[in-house]
Design a protein around this ligand. Sequence first.
Ligand code: PEP
Length: 247
Amino acid sequence: MNKRYVIGNWKMHGSLAMVDAFSRALAYAPSPDVVAAIAPPHPYLGACSDLPHGCGLAGQDCSAHDNGAHTGEVSASMLIEWGCGWVILGHSERRTDLAESDQLIAAKLATASSAGLIPVLCVGESLAVRDAGREETVVREQLRAVLSEQSPASLLVAYEPIWAIGTGVTASPEQANAMHAVIRDELTALTEDGASVPLLYGGSVNPDNARGLFDCPHVDGALVGGASLDATSFSKIVEAAQASLEK
Ligand code: PEP
């Protein structure tokens, strides 16, 4: 697969001042083969509409409903109106903090996709699951619970082991690559276009470890949390993605 994806998830961080500073400090040369995008908190999408170097926008979540009486929710079409091309769905923080079920995530995926957004579906195991040697089973189950033959052709999957998110403990390139091979195998069995779905790794990616991950044959990009808040770090990760394609 000759493309790389670097998507920054700002979570509930940032401010208008931070958006301004980020925009001025972004410093990577755009490449047609590397998709770079930021998922800021929804209120800052408008302020991020003009990021330089073709940096795109993603939503951090969207409603399973098209519109209606759903206080606090943001619809897929609203995200599109603010320039989003992607939406992160099933992030472990939402699965845990907001008890999002696989069923709800599947409904959001269908709604987002029919509105025209490309879902970035997050899966990943807890430390207890990995310690018990059940990580492969659990990740396969997460995929099966949300995806089917009817799943959209345009989809990204992010493998985000929970033990690596925000901890500074990154999965080794070998661990990430091995799980991505499992995900590819499951996607190929589950969906018609599973062989071509880009697979992103997420969990404490930074400018120092990004290249090692991008060089893995089954890793097509990264979902970046903490390191995406700093434009210089984010830019270096985008550059690492470019360099991995040029090797
Ligand atoms: C995330 O939450 O999607 C993430 C990958 O966070 P971090 O890079 O901070 O581990």
